[in-house]
Design a protein around this ligand. Structure first.
Ligand code: 13P
Ligand code: SF4
Length: 359
Protein backbone atom coordinates (compact mmCIF):
# COMPACT_ATOMS: atom_id res chain seq x y z
CA UNK A 1 0.00 0.00 0.00
CA UNK A 2 0.96 3.68 -0.26
CA UNK A 3 2.34 3.94 3.30
CA UNK A 4 4.49 0.87 2.84
CA UNK A 5 5.89 2.21 -0.46
CA UNK A 6 6.60 5.53 1.21
CA UNK A 7 8.44 3.74 4.02
CA UNK A 8 10.51 1.71 1.52
CA UNK A 9 11.50 4.84 -0.43
CA UNK A 10 12.62 6.60 2.76
CA UNK A 11 14.57 3.58 3.98
CA UNK A 12 16.44 3.08 0.69
CA UNK A 13 17.01 6.80 0.25
CA UNK A 14 18.52 7.15 3.73
CA UNK A 15 20.94 4.32 3.14
CA UNK A 16 21.98 5.57 -0.30
CA UNK A 17 22.64 9.10 0.96
CA UNK A 18 24.64 11.25 -1.49
CA UNK A 19 25.28 8.30 -3.79
CA UNK A 20 22.03 9.14 -5.56
CA UNK A 21 20.27 12.32 -6.57
CA UNK A 22 16.56 12.30 -7.40
CA UNK A 23 15.29 14.82 -9.98
CA UNK A 24 11.55 15.40 -10.46
CA UNK A 25 9.67 17.30 -13.16
CA UNK A 26 6.87 19.66 -12.08
CA UNK A 27 4.30 17.32 -13.68
CA UNK A 28 5.13 14.42 -11.38
CA UNK A 29 2.54 13.42 -8.82
CA UNK A 30 2.91 14.64 -5.25
CA UNK A 31 3.97 11.23 -3.88
CA UNK A 32 7.00 11.31 -6.22
CA UNK A 33 7.89 15.01 -5.98
CA UNK A 34 7.96 14.64 -2.18
CA UNK A 35 11.13 12.53 -2.54
CA UNK A 36 12.94 14.63 -5.14
CA UNK A 37 16.12 16.49 -4.23
CA UNK A 38 15.38 18.91 -7.02
CA UNK A 39 12.08 19.76 -8.74
CA UNK A 40 12.01 21.90 -11.87
CA UNK A 41 11.08 22.48 -15.49
CA UNK A 42 12.92 20.63 -18.22
CA UNK A 43 15.62 23.32 -18.60
CA UNK A 44 16.28 23.50 -14.87
CA UNK A 45 16.45 19.71 -14.64
CA UNK A 46 18.93 19.53 -17.53
CA UNK A 47 21.17 21.91 -15.61
CA UNK A 48 20.58 20.03 -12.36
CA UNK A 49 21.89 16.88 -14.07
CA UNK A 50 25.28 18.60 -14.43
CA UNK A 51 25.30 19.93 -10.87
CA UNK A 52 25.78 16.65 -8.97
CA UNK A 53 29.00 15.18 -10.39
CA UNK A 54 29.67 13.11 -7.27
CA UNK A 55 26.42 11.14 -7.32
CA UNK A 56 26.77 7.61 -8.71
CA UNK A 57 23.23 7.63 -10.03
CA UNK A 58 20.69 10.23 -11.14
CA UNK A 59 17.16 8.91 -10.69
CA UNK A 60 15.07 10.89 -13.16
CA UNK A 61 11.38 11.15 -12.32
CA UNK A 62 10.21 12.54 -15.63
CA UNK A 63 10.01 11.20 -19.16
CA UNK A 64 12.45 9.39 -21.45
CA UNK A 65 13.83 12.38 -23.41
CA UNK A 66 14.65 14.14 -20.11
CA UNK A 67 16.59 11.10 -18.88
CA UNK A 68 18.48 10.92 -22.20
CA UNK A 69 19.39 14.59 -21.82
CA UNK A 70 20.62 13.96 -18.28
CA UNK A 71 22.78 11.11 -19.58
CA UNK A 72 24.26 13.39 -22.25
CA UNK A 73 25.09 16.15 -19.77
CA UNK A 74 26.24 14.11 -16.77
CA UNK A 75 29.61 12.39 -16.35
CA UNK A 76 29.97 9.10 -18.30
CA UNK A 77 30.41 7.08 -15.09
CA UNK A 78 27.12 8.33 -13.69
CA UNK A 79 24.07 6.15 -14.34
CA UNK A 80 20.81 7.84 -15.25
CA UNK A 81 17.82 5.77 -14.14
CA UNK A 82 14.25 6.19 -15.42
CA UNK A 83 12.00 4.42 -12.86
CA UNK A 84 9.55 3.25 -15.55
CA UNK A 85 10.87 2.73 -19.10
CA UNK A 86 7.35 3.23 -20.47
CA UNK A 87 7.41 6.91 -19.45
CA UNK A 88 7.82 8.46 -22.91
CA UNK A 89 6.33 11.58 -24.51
CA UNK A 90 3.86 11.31 -27.35
CA UNK A 91 4.98 14.66 -28.74
CA UNK A 92 8.64 13.58 -28.85
CA UNK A 93 7.54 10.46 -30.77
CA UNK A 94 5.98 12.69 -33.45
CA UNK A 95 9.41 13.55 -34.87
CA UNK A 96 11.19 10.33 -35.87
CA UNK A 97 14.74 10.54 -37.14
CA UNK A 98 13.72 8.94 -40.46
CA UNK A 99 10.97 11.50 -41.09
CA UNK A 100 13.23 14.41 -40.16
CA UNK A 101 16.05 13.18 -42.41
CA UNK A 102 13.53 12.73 -45.18
CA UNK A 103 12.22 16.27 -44.71
CA UNK A 104 15.79 17.60 -44.77
CA UNK A 105 16.40 15.94 -48.13
CA UNK A 106 13.17 17.35 -49.50
CA UNK A 107 14.13 20.83 -48.27
CA UNK A 108 17.47 20.45 -50.09
CA UNK A 109 15.53 19.85 -53.30
CA UNK A 110 13.95 23.29 -52.86
CA UNK A 111 16.72 25.28 -51.18
CA UNK A 112 19.95 23.64 -52.35
CA UNK A 113 22.77 22.38 -50.10
CA UNK A 114 21.68 23.12 -46.54
CA UNK A 115 25.10 22.80 -44.94
CA UNK A 116 26.85 25.51 -46.94
CA UNK A 117 26.53 29.14 -45.79
CA UNK A 118 25.63 31.83 -48.34
CA UNK A 119 27.71 34.94 -49.16
CA UNK A 120 26.51 36.57 -45.89
CA UNK A 121 27.67 33.55 -43.89
CA UNK A 122 24.10 32.41 -43.19
CA UNK A 123 22.94 28.80 -43.53
CA UNK A 124 19.72 28.24 -45.55
CA UNK A 125 18.07 26.43 -42.60
CA UNK A 126 19.00 26.07 -38.93
CA UNK A 127 17.28 23.07 -37.33
CA UNK A 128 15.93 23.80 -33.85
CA UNK A 129 14.52 21.02 -31.74
CA UNK A 130 12.43 21.37 -28.64
CA UNK A 131 13.94 19.49 -25.70
CA UNK A 132 10.95 17.13 -26.07
CA UNK A 133 12.65 15.01 -28.73
CA UNK A 134 14.82 11.90 -28.90
CA UNK A 135 18.62 11.98 -28.58
CA UNK A 136 18.77 10.90 -32.25
CA UNK A 137 16.93 14.09 -33.21
CA UNK A 138 19.22 16.19 -31.03
CA UNK A 139 22.15 14.49 -32.76
CA UNK A 140 20.73 15.39 -36.17
CA UNK A 141 20.34 19.00 -35.07
CA UNK A 142 23.89 19.09 -33.69
CA UNK A 143 25.31 17.76 -36.98
CA UNK A 144 23.59 20.48 -38.99
CA UNK A 145 24.62 23.53 -36.96
CA UNK A 146 21.40 23.57 -34.93
CA UNK A 147 20.41 23.90 -31.32
CA UNK A 148 17.99 22.64 -28.65
CA UNK A 149 15.44 24.85 -26.89
CA UNK A 150 13.02 24.46 -24.01
CA UNK A 151 9.77 26.29 -23.41
CA UNK A 152 11.56 28.69 -21.07
CA UNK A 153 14.20 29.81 -23.58
CA UNK A 154 12.65 29.28 -27.04
CA UNK A 155 12.76 32.98 -27.91
CA UNK A 156 16.45 33.44 -27.06
CA UNK A 157 17.26 30.25 -28.95
CA UNK A 158 15.34 31.41 -32.04
CA UNK A 159 17.27 34.71 -31.91
CA UNK A 160 20.48 32.63 -31.81
CA UNK A 161 19.28 30.69 -34.86
CA UNK A 162 18.22 33.78 -36.84
CA UNK A 163 21.71 35.22 -36.31
CA UNK A 164 23.10 32.16 -38.11
CA UNK A 165 20.53 31.19 -40.71
CA UNK A 166 17.93 32.41 -43.17
CA UNK A 167 15.21 30.28 -41.66
CA UNK A 168 14.49 27.71 -38.98
CA UNK A 169 13.07 24.20 -39.17
CA UNK A 170 11.38 23.82 -35.78
CA UNK A 171 10.30 20.48 -34.34
CA UNK A 172 8.45 18.60 -32.94
CA UNK A 173 5.96 21.11 -31.42
CA UNK A 174 4.26 23.33 -33.95
CA UNK A 175 2.58 25.35 -31.19
CA UNK A 176 5.72 26.32 -29.26
CA UNK A 177 7.34 27.22 -32.60
CA UNK A 178 4.39 29.26 -33.82
CA UNK A 179 3.72 31.02 -30.51
CA UNK A 180 7.37 31.96 -30.03
CA UNK A 181 7.97 33.14 -33.59
CA UNK A 182 4.71 35.12 -33.60
CA UNK A 183 5.72 36.91 -30.38
CA UNK A 184 8.98 37.83 -32.15
CA UNK A 185 7.05 39.43 -35.02
CA UNK A 186 7.36 36.67 -37.63
CA UNK A 187 4.18 36.82 -39.77
CA UNK A 188 2.03 33.67 -39.89
CA UNK A 189 2.39 33.71 -43.68
CA UNK A 190 6.09 32.94 -43.20
CA UNK A 191 5.48 29.94 -40.95
CA UNK A 192 4.37 27.09 -43.21
CA UNK A 193 3.43 23.79 -41.57
CA UNK A 194 5.60 21.04 -43.00
CA UNK A 195 3.61 18.42 -44.83
CA UNK A 196 5.25 15.04 -44.18
CA UNK A 197 3.59 13.51 -47.24
CA UNK A 198 5.04 15.98 -49.69
CA UNK A 199 5.17 13.67 -52.69
CA UNK A 200 1.42 13.09 -52.33
CA UNK A 201 0.09 16.32 -50.88
CA UNK A 202 2.86 18.73 -51.74
CA UNK A 203 4.48 21.56 -49.88
CA UNK A 204 4.43 24.84 -51.71
CA UNK A 205 8.03 25.43 -52.81
CA UNK A 206 7.54 29.21 -52.89
CA UNK A 207 6.14 29.18 -49.35
CA UNK A 208 9.18 27.18 -48.20
CA UNK A 209 11.57 29.57 -49.98
CA UNK A 210 9.85 32.62 -48.41
CA UNK A 211 9.54 31.08 -44.96
CA UNK A 212 11.22 32.18 -41.74
CA UNK A 213 10.09 29.25 -39.59
CA UNK A 214 9.03 25.88 -41.02
CA UNK A 215 6.90 24.16 -38.38
CA UNK A 216 6.83 20.41 -37.78
CA UNK A 217 3.37 18.95 -37.24
CA UNK A 218 3.80 17.72 -33.63
CA UNK A 219 1.68 18.72 -30.65
CA UNK A 220 1.10 17.81 -27.02
CA UNK A 221 -2.07 15.83 -26.40
CA UNK A 222 -2.39 17.31 -22.88
CA UNK A 223 -2.09 20.96 -23.91
CA UNK A 224 -4.24 20.44 -26.98
CA UNK A 225 -7.21 20.08 -24.64
CA UNK A 226 -7.21 23.76 -23.64
CA UNK A 227 -9.59 25.97 -25.62
CA UNK A 228 -10.62 29.60 -26.06
CA UNK A 229 -14.13 28.60 -24.88
CA UNK A 230 -12.68 27.49 -21.55
CA UNK A 231 -10.94 30.86 -21.19
CA UNK A 232 -14.14 32.76 -22.01
CA UNK A 233 -16.05 30.68 -19.47
CA UNK A 234 -13.40 31.32 -16.79
CA UNK A 235 -13.56 35.07 -17.48
CA UNK A 236 -17.36 35.08 -17.33
CA UNK A 237 -17.50 33.10 -14.08
CA UNK A 238 -14.50 34.70 -12.33
CA UNK A 239 -14.23 38.43 -13.05
CA UNK A 240 -10.61 39.54 -12.72
CA UNK A 241 -9.26 36.01 -13.30
CA UNK A 242 -5.65 35.77 -14.50
CA UNK A 243 -5.29 33.16 -17.23
CA UNK A 244 -1.80 31.65 -17.65
CA UNK A 245 -1.14 28.87 -20.17
CA UNK A 246 1.85 26.84 -21.35
CA UNK A 247 3.17 27.74 -24.85
CA UNK A 248 2.41 24.17 -26.03
CA UNK A 249 -1.22 25.37 -26.21
CA UNK A 250 -2.64 26.42 -29.58
CA UNK A 251 -2.00 29.98 -30.74
CA UNK A 252 -5.62 31.07 -30.24
CA UNK A 253 -5.45 29.90 -26.63
CA UNK A 254 -2.14 31.67 -25.97
CA UNK A 255 -3.55 34.83 -27.58
CA UNK A 256 -6.68 34.70 -25.41
CA UNK A 257 -4.69 34.15 -22.19
CA UNK A 258 -3.15 36.91 -20.07
CA UNK A 259 0.25 35.24 -19.96
CA UNK A 260 2.01 32.20 -21.41
CA UNK A 261 5.18 30.52 -20.23
CA UNK A 262 6.99 27.38 -19.17
CA UNK A 263 6.06 25.40 -16.08
CA UNK A 264 8.56 27.40 -14.03
CA UNK A 265 7.24 30.65 -15.48
CA UNK A 266 3.73 29.74 -14.33
CA UNK A 267 4.99 28.83 -10.87
CA UNK A 268 7.03 32.02 -10.53
CA UNK A 269 4.21 34.26 -11.78
CA UNK A 270 1.87 32.89 -9.12
CA UNK A 271 4.50 33.07 -6.36
CA UNK A 272 5.20 36.73 -7.26
CA UNK A 273 1.53 37.74 -6.90
CA UNK A 274 0.93 39.17 -3.42
CA UNK A 275 -2.75 40.23 -3.74
CA UNK A 276 -5.22 37.32 -3.41
CA UNK A 277 -5.98 36.47 -7.04
CA UNK A 278 -7.93 33.91 -9.05
CA UNK A 279 -5.77 32.01 -11.55
CA UNK A 280 -7.02 29.75 -14.33
CA UNK A 281 -4.10 27.65 -15.53
CA UNK A 282 -3.64 25.81 -18.82
CA UNK A 283 -1.15 23.09 -18.05
CA UNK A 284 -0.86 19.61 -16.54
CA UNK A 285 -3.08 18.94 -13.52
CA UNK A 286 -0.45 17.72 -11.03
CA UNK A 287 1.35 21.05 -11.24
CA UNK A 288 -1.90 23.02 -11.02
CA UNK A 289 -3.04 21.09 -7.95
CA UNK A 290 0.33 21.51 -6.24
CA UNK A 291 0.31 25.27 -6.91
CA UNK A 292 -3.22 25.47 -5.47
CA UNK A 293 -2.08 23.66 -2.31
CA UNK A 294 1.04 25.84 -1.96
CA UNK A 295 -0.86 29.12 -2.36
CA UNK A 296 -4.07 28.96 -0.31
CA UNK A 297 -4.39 32.77 -0.46
CA UNK A 298 -5.16 32.45 -4.20
CA UNK A 299 -7.89 30.55 -5.97
CA UNK A 300 -6.09 28.38 -8.56
CA UNK A 301 -7.83 25.98 -10.91
CA UNK A 302 -7.21 24.14 -14.16
CA UNK A 303 -8.87 25.60 -17.28
CA UNK A 304 -9.98 22.14 -18.33
CA UNK A 305 -12.68 20.86 -15.96
CA UNK A 306 -11.88 17.26 -16.91
CA UNK A 307 -8.75 16.20 -15.02
CA UNK A 308 -5.92 15.99 -17.55
CA UNK A 309 -2.70 14.44 -16.29
CA UNK A 310 0.13 13.69 -18.68
CA UNK A 311 -0.42 9.94 -18.86
CA UNK A 312 3.25 9.17 -19.51
CA UNK A 313 4.58 11.36 -16.68
CA UNK A 314 2.04 9.56 -14.51
CA UNK A 315 3.72 6.24 -15.26
CA UNK A 316 6.39 7.08 -12.67
CA UNK A 317 4.48 5.39 -9.86
CA UNK A 318 6.08 5.65 -6.38
CA UNK A 319 6.33 1.84 -6.42
CA UNK A 320 8.82 2.06 -9.30
CA UNK A 321 10.81 4.67 -7.38
CA UNK A 322 11.01 2.31 -4.40
CA UNK A 323 12.10 -0.54 -6.67
CA UNK A 324 14.90 1.38 -8.42
CA UNK A 325 16.26 2.76 -5.14
CA UNK A 326 16.29 -0.70 -3.56
CA UNK A 327 17.98 -2.11 -6.67
CA UNK A 328 20.67 0.58 -6.53
CA UNK A 329 21.23 -0.33 -2.92
CA UNK A 330 21.70 -3.95 -3.98
CA UNK A 331 24.41 -2.87 -6.44
CA UNK A 332 22.26 -3.09 -9.60
CA UNK A 333 21.59 -0.40 -12.21
CA UNK A 334 17.96 -0.95 -13.20
CA UNK A 335 16.37 0.91 -16.14
CA UNK A 336 19.60 2.70 -17.03
CA UNK A 337 19.21 5.15 -19.92
CA UNK A 338 22.25 5.48 -22.17
CA UNK A 339 22.54 7.36 -25.43
CA UNK A 340 24.09 5.64 -28.40
CA UNK A 341 27.71 6.69 -29.03
CA UNK A 342 26.90 7.51 -32.66
CA UNK A 343 24.54 10.33 -31.70
CA UNK A 344 25.88 11.32 -28.28
CA UNK A 345 28.59 13.76 -29.43
CA UNK A 346 26.47 15.87 -31.83
CA UNK A 347 23.46 15.70 -29.47
CA UNK A 348 25.63 17.04 -26.64
CA UNK A 349 26.87 19.77 -28.95
CA UNK A 350 23.28 20.87 -29.69
CA UNK A 351 22.52 20.95 -25.95
CA UNK A 352 25.73 22.80 -25.12
CA UNK A 353 24.91 25.46 -27.72
CA UNK A 354 21.67 26.04 -25.79
CA UNK A 355 23.46 26.16 -22.44
CA UNK A 356 25.94 28.70 -23.84
CA UNK A 357 23.23 30.81 -25.50
CA UNK A 358 21.05 30.74 -22.37
CA UNK A 359 23.33 30.40 -19.33
P1 13P B 1 8.67 22.60 -19.36
O1 13P B 1 9.83 22.83 -20.26
O2 13P B 1 7.86 23.83 -19.15
O3 13P B 1 9.12 21.94 -18.11
O4 13P B 1 7.67 21.61 -20.08
C1 13P B 1 8.03 20.32 -20.39
C2 13P B 1 6.88 19.59 -20.92
O5 13P B 1 6.93 18.43 -21.24
C3 13P B 1 5.66 20.36 -21.09
O6 13P B 1 4.68 19.56 -21.59
FE1 SF4 C 1 5.05 15.21 -23.60
FE2 SF4 C 1 2.84 16.70 -23.35
FE3 SF4 C 1 3.50 14.97 -21.43
FE4 SF4 C 1 4.94 17.21 -21.79
S1 SF4 C 1 2.80 17.07 -21.12
S2 SF4 C 1 5.74 15.14 -21.46
S3 SF4 C 1 4.83 17.39 -24.05
S4 SF4 C 1 2.94 14.47 -23.58
Amino acid sequence: DADEIERRIHAARDQLGDRVVILGHFYQRHEVVAHADYVGDSFQLAKAATAHPDAEAIVFCGVHFMAETADLLSRPEQAVILPNLAAGCSMADMATIDDVEDAWEQLEDVLGDLDTPDADGLLPVIPVTYMNSSAAIKGFVGRHGGIVCTSSNARTVLEWAFARGRRVLFFPDQHLGRNTAKAMGVPLSQMPLWNPRRPLGGNDDDAIADSRVILWHGFCSVHRRFTVDQIQKARAEHPGVQVIVHPECAMEVVDAADQAGSTDYIRTAIAATTEPTTFAIGTEINLVQRLAAEHPQHEIFCLDPVVCPCSTMYRIHPGYLAWVLESLLAGQLPNRITVDDAVAAPARQALERMLLAVP
